[in-house]
Design a protein around this ligand. Structure first.
Ligand SMILES: NC(=O)c1ccc[n+]([C@@H]2O[C@H](COP(=O)([O-])OP(=O)(O)OC[C@H]3O[C@@H](n4cnc5c(N)ncnc54)[C@H](OP(=O)(O)O)[C@@H]3O)[C@@H](O)[C@H]2O)c1
Length: 254
């Protein structure tokens, strides 16, 4: 795989899977645009990326639920590179909520996990048509089945919507040479659960049960998922569009 001279935007690049995608893409000479909120983490990731091939990434601090911040991602990228080849819609929140909790958790999750993806993708699309580029959306196995040990109703809905978005946009842009695919991870070791409000003790318990119960007896590492994302973003996946790729150590079999 080679991303030499390819401009790659990664949302949620400050942590977990997005940070792993950034570091792996940096090793393949990508021109990176790292998007997130936490500047300390973004700077750390950028430094690691720069060490790989000496290419300094651009950092864009953005709250994705703010439309102006989303527009700023595209304008800063175009100003710096005048092109966009790959968009990795990776950022998401795992707000907990059940049907008994009212509409607030739904609005909060959809604003980040779906609405911002819609807006950013629509703004990036003209550039992807020009470059014959592609999009990888980071979804979840929660798009296919409810999660039985966590109240994640809005999150599951947001990921199901994202999968349909992947397929609809892939169909719409296929004739213009733009591919759109999804990676749907199962349990992956990242700060995601802690960011969703679980205590360290609860996270350890969650990981322990998943390491014991998943068919492959382990959860995924961020790098496992990043590897698949970059495969789909590369020319090696030139005949793949509208596809949803599960990477879950067998969780969907349970
Ligand atoms: N970990 C899992 O088990 C798992 C399983 C299935 C799917 N996924 C999916 O994998 C993707 C990456 O998650 P992760 O596990 O790597 O989690 P993570 O470590 O918590 O990373 C989430 C990233 O999203 C960013 N983000 C969240 N809300 C944002 C907002 N409103 N505006 C801007 N950025 C925002 C965070 O930025 P800051 O930290 O800078 O705020 C962070 O970089 C997500 O789409 C998630 O749904 C994860």
């Amino acid at each position: 795989m080679d991303f030499n001279n390819k401009v790659v935007i990664i949302t949620g690049a400050s942590s977990g899977i997005g940070a792993a995608v950034a570091q792996m893409a940096a090793k393949q000479s990508a021109q990176l645009v790292l998007v997130g909120r936490n500047m300390v983490n973004l700077n750390n990731v950028a430094t690691k990326c720069e060490v790989a091939k000496g290419i300094k990434p651009i950092i864009v601090q953005a709250e994705l639920t703010n439309d102006e911040d989303v527009k700023n991602i595209v304008s800063k990228t175009v100003k710096a590179f005048d092109r966009i080849d790959v968009l990795v819609n990776n950022a998401a929140v795992g707000v907990r909520g059940s049907i008994k909790d009212g509409i607030e958790p739904y609005d909060r999750v959809m604003a980040c996990n779906m609405r911002s993806v819609y807006l950013l993708t629509s703004l990036v699309t003209p550039y992807l048509i020009k470059s014959k580029g592609n999009i990888v959306n980071v979804s979840s196995v929660a798009a296919f089945k409810p999660i039985n040990d966590v109240d994640y109703l809005p999150y599951c809905i947001s990921k199901a919507a994202l999968d349909q978005f992947t397929k609809c946009v892939a169909l719409e842009l296929g004739s213009e040479g733009v591919r759109v695919n999804s990676v749907n991870p199962g349990g992956t070791r990242t700060p995601f659960a802690e960011n969703a409000g679980f205590s360290k003790k609860q996270v350890d318990k969650l990981y322990e049960s998943r390491n014991k119960n998943y068919p492959l007896r382990k959860i995924a590492e961020s790098e496992d998922v990043a590897d698949l994302i970059l495969y789909l973003a590369s020319d090696r996946a030139r005949s793949i569009t509208g596809s949803l790729y599960v990477i879950d150590n067998g969780e969907m079999l349970l």
